[in-house]
Design a protein around this ligand. Structure first.
Ligand code: TRP
Length: 916
């Protein structure tokens, strides 16, 4: 908006110019208006003049809209001792150049300094005055006969410089800034003739962001002056911090034109915010009313981050503000000492230049007196009445100045040379111009940079020719600092990090706590010693500034809609997920690896408990013991059979088959050992197979038995020789049957194990905290085929036994087998639903139960009745009773069969014994 106005102004101005020139050519020039500019001029007897613009006053006095009277250029108010020091430093620097023999030995420089009053309008007035001369009637021509102006130093604040630099840029007239740090001034397209000795603010914004990150502050308020400096500075700072997840709690602007309401609104925002860190990008002049209001409102507990324009300003760093502003951290541009400056500053007296308004005003303000016979209004220091700014010039003080007042006796910003930062920049700016002029002067014809290797002539050169030398300037100051201007007109960035502390005399001292330097590869920030920093907090520890405290490990940040990301809620992690970090990395919880689950605090993944039926737990031990017990019983049966091998009961049964059945029962009983314990690849692979083989051996033997029972009955009708053949054939068939069934089963098992074998499987589906270690059966189809064959055999057994149960036999063998088969079926049929409905290790328990139950069932039904007879009823263990002769005389057939069977058994057994 301000720029728009300026353009409009310039446009109008250009129009009048044209009119004037045209009319001028016809001989009628008209003075459009007179500027009211103040400053210092020293041009006589000098060959070249350097211009300078400094804020020697704080502001202009707002005039009422002129309507009926002739408009006049506004007056200024609020004497700025700091700006006055800068202006005096320029004069000092020029004098030094003039005294030095190595720079411009034959040429002396004059100066032309204007007061900008820290306003754009005065700056533009000054700039135009430079270009045309103050009393010229013909702008665009510089007609005066005086020494040519070579460059302008200035104009202080960035907004002022932007305005003036746009004008001088039109003529490619050099302007060297000493305080204008705004980043846009590096744009050579807009400001082709601007250079500066202060670093570009982008570096400062980056440094501030780095500082904020360094101390872990994430909730920050920003305040910017309502000008290019404040707005661009804060904008770049925000861009930088927001990248690192830092949030801006509030963004306020300080008005350029004093407005109490607007300042109170800013104060209110600060008061209400929970942000303890406030970054302020503003000149001290603009910030001063806000700080006064902050002191009035008694806002404490905030840590202020200062930009270079106010970090060492006596206007803000007042001891009475220390309780609010103590501990402020800021960035100051490199400081330097200027030899002889202090003496030069002291050498100012209204008597030396009686007509000089500024010096008189300085004297009057410094000593609070009125210079005799002076029309210069007396002006207090920068004063604001909190009820509204007092405008206008203050009444003349009653006390008359004597001229004998001693500057040495007063404490004044003007004389404070302890923090020469901007002053040092002014000094460097003058030397930049001087060195450029010197280079221009020392150019050797034929080696020059201009067309045909020509040189410019120091008495008569064009601004663009000096620009060439300015852009290539490189020199070292007496402070041993290398000043080098780059292509954008910028210098290398180097800042001191300054902390406000209270010294013994009760004043604020600016303690250097670190540095920030722009290096070739990035930048480096060094904070010397964290303990040397003063923090204005009750604990004297670094403040914290967060919207919401970080979540504890075990929780994650949950977004709250409509508020910045730094204000969040903490949501505990779900089961199986953890978060063990705090800070920015806590956006989400991370799932634990497969074998792990989260602990109760959700901050660590712990190994899941592995569950399987172990030998050392009660259930495992019991089952193993039972199966071992079963195996012992079977063994005892074998022993009993062996001892009583010649008794009728034993002989009545095929001993080979009985032995195989016993063997198979031992096998099936002992497979429970494979089911208990940690499943291994090998145990998974053999356990079902062994079981299936065990059962198929057992069932095929039983089938052999039952078929034999059926066939024996038929054989009973044969004669003796036929019977013998029949019996040996039958024994052979029995063995063949067992062999074939075993071969079939072995084939199925082999195919199963080679094609899709079972494997160890970590089952994590059912429980989050446990891994169930189990065997995955690989192929269900193969498993079913394998056990299906067993079932097939069992069904055959059952059918044959069922048919044979009515046949008269020795001692109801077929009945017992039928019964045994029924037990077998019942066990395995009830096994299926039980197995499917259990989980984890109990699945294995169910299976072992089924194995044990079916094995014991078979054992009980097939062997125990016989053992009972052998051991407890030896009187019934006679061939007569066994063959049924003793009880059923009418039934001859079974007896034959029984004796036949015993014969067969005998022969088989003897052959087995032989085999052994
Ligand atoms: N850097 C400021 C700008 O670009 C000007 C500045 C620096 C300033 N130091 C200052 C203004 C001290 C006033 C007082 O606008």
């Amino acid at each position: 908006m301000a720029n728009m106005k300026l353009y409009l102004l310039l446009g109008l101005f250009a129009f009048f110019l044209r009119m004037l020139v045209i009319q001028g050519a016809e001989g009628t020039c008209r003075l459009l208006g007179k500027f009211d500019l103040h400053g210092y001029v020293e041009s006589e007897n000098h060959m070249l003049i350097i211009g300078g613009m400094f804020p020697i006053h704080f502001r202009t006095i707002p005039e009422k809209e002129p309507t009926t009277s002739e408009p006049v250029s506004p007056k200024c108010e609020g004497f700025n001792f700091r700006g006055f020091r800068w202006a005096r430093a320029m004069i000092h620097a020029i004098q030094e150049v003039n005294n030095r023999l190595d720079i411009l030995p034959n040429i002396t420089l004059g100066y032309h300094i204007y007061d900008t009053c820290f306003t754009t309008s005065k700056t533009v007035e000054g700039t135009l005055a430079y270009l045309t001369g103050q009393n010229e009637t013909m702008p665009n021509f510089r007609c005066s006969a005086g020494a040519p102006l070579v460059a302008v130093i200035g104009a202080g604040g960035s907004t002022l410089t932007i305005a003036s630099s746009r004008i001088v840029g039109l003529y490619y007239f050099p302007e060297v800034g000493y305080a204008s740090s705004c980043s846009v001034l590096s744009d050579k397209y807009q400001f082709p003739s601007f250079l500066r000795t202060i670093p570009n603010d982008n570096h400062q914004s980056l440094a501030m962001a780095e500082l904020v990150r360094h101390f872990g502050w994430v909730w920050i308020g920003t305040i910017a002056a309502d000008d290019d400096y404040g707005k661009y500075g804060i904008k770049y700072f925000k861009q930088n911090v927001e990248k690192s997840g830092i949030c801006i709690a509030f963004s306020e602007t300080i008005p350029k034109i004093f407005s109490r309401e607007k300042i109170l609104a800013v104060v209110e925002a600060i008061k209400e915010s929970t942000a303890n860190i406030i970054v302020v990008y503003s000149s001290d002049i603009d910030l001063s009313p806000l700080m006064e209001e902050i002191a009035n409102s008694n806002i404490t507990g905030k840590t202020w981050i200062a930009s270079e324009a106010w970090v060492t300003s006596a206007l803000i760093a007042k001891p009475e503000y220390f309780s609010f502003l103590g501990g402020t951290i800021g960035f100051g541009v490199r400081r330097g000492d200027i030899p002889g400056l202090k003496d030069f500053l002291l050498d100012v007296h209204p008597d030396n230049a009686a007509s000089d308004d500024l010096t008189i005003e300085f004297w009057q303000t410094a000593f609070n007196c009125t210079w005799p016979n002076s029309t210069v209004p007396y002006n207090t220091d920068f004063r604001i009445n909190v009820t509204g700014r007092e405008s206008g010039v203050h009444p003349v003080s009653d006390q008359l100045c004597t001229g004998k007042e001693k500057l040495e006796d007063i404490k004044n910003t003007y004389l404070d040379v302890s923090e020469l930062r901007i002053t040092y920049n002014v000094y460097k700016a003058v030397f930049t111009v001087a060195h450029a002029l010197n280079n221009l002067d020392t150019c050797v014809e034929g080696n020059g940079p201009f067309p045909k290797n020509s040189c410019a002539i120091i008495y008569d050169f064009e601004p663009w020719q000096l620009m060439y030398y300015l852009k290539n300037v490189k020199f070292t100051t007496f402070d041993n600092e290398l000043v080098k201007i780059d292509d954008n007109g910028d210098v290398y960035a180097s800042y001191d990090i300054i902390n406000w502390q209270l010294n013994e005399t009760g004043e604020i001292s600016f303690v250097k706590i670190g540095i920030y330097n722009d290096t070739k590869d990035g930048h480096e920030m060094k904070i010397y010693n964290n303990d040397s920093i003063f923090w204005n907090t009750p604990t004297l520890k670094p403040p914290r500034s967060v919207c919401t405290e970080n979540c504890q490990p075990g929780a994650r940040k949950g977004i709250r809609h409509g508020v910045p990301a730094c204000c969040f809620v903490c949501i505990p992690c779900a089961d199986g997920e953890i978060s063990n970090k705090t800070g920015t990395a806590q956006k989400e919880c991370f799932p634990c690896p497969d074998d792990y689950c989260s602990n109760t605090l959700k901050n660590e993944c712990v190994l899941k408990e592995v569950e399987f039926l172990a030998y050392d737990e009660a259930l495992g031990t019991t089952l193993v013991a039972v199966s071992l017990f079963g195996a012992c019983i079977v063994l005892s049966v074998t022993i009993v059979y062996r001892i009583h091998r010649d008794t009728a009961v034993v002989k009545a049964n095929d001993r080979g088959l009985s032995f195989l059945i016993q063997l198979s029962l031992v096998i099936t009983l002992l497979t429970s050992f494979l089911f208990v314990g940690k499943p291994k690849e090998w145990s998974c692979q053999i356990r079902q197979v062994t079981l299936a083989l065990g059962f198929s051996l057992c069932l095929s033997c039983i089938l052999g038995k039952t078929i034999a029972l059926l066939l024996t009955y038929r054989g009973s009708k044969l004669n003796a020789a036929e019977k013998h053949d029949h019996i040996s054939m039958q024994s052979f068939h029995q063995k063949l049957l067992v062999l074939i069934s075993m071969i079939i089963e072995v084939c199925i098992c082999t195919a199963y194990l080679t094609c899709i074998p079972p494997y160890v499987y970590k089952n994590m589906e059912f429980q989050n905290v446990k891994i169930i270690l189990e065997c995955n059966e690989g192929s269900i189809e193969f498993l079913c085929t394998m056990f299906g064959f067993d079932v097939f055999l069992a069904v055959l057994c059952f059918i044959t036994a069922f048919i044979a149960r009515k046949l008269p036999d020795n001692f109801n063998e077929a009945k017992f087998i039928t019964f045994g088969m029924l037990v077998f079926f019942i066990v395995w049929i009830s096994f299926v639903p039980a197995y499917l409905s259990t989980r984890g290790k109990f699945k294995v328990v169910v299976e072992i139960f089924a194995i044990l139950a079916s094995s014991f069932g078979l054992l009980g039904c097939i062997f125990l009745p016989k053992r009972y007879i052998i051991l407890l009823k030896p009187e019934r263990n006679t061939e007569e009773i066994i063959s049924g002769k003793a009880t059923t005389n009418d039934n001859s057939a079974p007896s034959t069969s029984a004796s036949c069977t015993s014969e067969v058994t005998n022969s088989t057994l003897s052959s087995m014994v032989l085999d052994e």
